[in-house]
Ligand binder design. Structure first.
Ligand code: PLP
Length: 269
């Protein structure tokens, strides 16, 4: 049996009303006690992310890239992970049946994450270990003409990875005057660099106003929760913690990388 209570008669019965509807919250319950601050995390927030987190993410991404690039928070769209950010970007750029040229080796999840709901095809462009997996222009041309013969429209999709040499982000290459700068879109996520995949936080960064506007609308289906975002603002704003974390994380990654390389050489040689 259901009973409809009003706020007034619940209070008279001695009951504490926590939330009546999404914009109307009884804060007393939470403000007491143990420092749990809920202002701004119970109600709807902008689906494309909190402005404070965009600023914090812009700073963190610059730090990760050695302060060689700066990011404009107003060009950022935050999502619940890099996975939905990639899908949102595909929905913005490609139609069902279009194709993306993807240099190999690529993240195996692309076959699932990009294709499943968008209906976009992936065409591998084979790169080889003998050439240090540098994107082969001839292979790219070949894949491009074959797909064009099939009548498919294409885009180019490339992942980046870190090697022993200096890391150069595509963001560094684009300068103010570059005519292609609004055709380059960057996906970033905290799952790896901050080791928090459970938080689900991704970024789509683009200088293309149409892409930013359309993807903001699509974040309705994949926004990061406000408590997660608040926690991340606090973590990312703690400069000492982030510095220590990044140093330790890099040392450990380097150690594991060397160990895997040494063991692999021992097996294969
Ligand atoms: C290329 C690529 N896409 C997607 C993901 C998944 O990211 P997320 O956990 O933020 O969805 C990763 C890493 O985990 C990745 O390397």
């Amino acid at each position: 049996m259901f009973q409809v209570y009003t706020h007034g008669n619940l209070k008279t019965c001695g009951k504490q009303v926590v939330a009546r509807f999404d914009r109307e919250v009884d804060f007393e319950q939470f403000e007491r006690g143990d420092g749990l601050h809920i202002n701004g995390i119970l109600t709807y927030q902008p689906f494309d992310g909190l402005a404070e987190l965009k600023v914090a993410m812009a700073g963190f991404m610059s730090q990760v890239m050695g302060e060689k690039v700066s990011f404009d928070p107003s060009r950022m769209v935050l999502t619940s992970g890099a996975t939905p950010a990639i899908e949102v970007l595909c929905f913005c750029l490609a139609d069902h049946g279009n194709a993306l040229l993807v240099p190999t080796p690529y993240y195996p999840g692309f076959d699932r994450d990009i294709r499943w709901r968008t209906g976009v095809d992936l065409i591998p462009v084979h790169c080889h270990s003998s050439d240090a997996f540098v994107v082969d222009i001839t292979a790219l041309d070949q894949a491009f003409s074959q797909a064009r013969k099939r009548g498919q429209k294409m885009k180019f999709f490339a992942g980046s990875n870190y090697g022993g040499e200096e890391f150069v982000s595509i963001a560094e290459i684009l300068d103010e005057e570059d005519p292609v700068r609004d055709r380059v879109h960057i996906i970033y996520g905290l799952s790896k660099d901050l080791s928090v995949p459970g938080f689900r936080l991704g970024v789509l960064y683009s200088l293309n106003e149409n892409v930013v506007a359309a993807s903001k609308k699509l974040t309705r289906f994949c926004s990061a929760s406000a408590p997660t975002q608040s926690l991340l603002v606090a973590m990312l704003s703690d400069a000492g913690f982030i510095q220590d974390y990044m140093r330790t994380n890099r040392e450990r990654l380097r150690k594991v990388f060397r160990l895997i390389c040494d063991r692999s050489k021992a097996i294969w040689h």
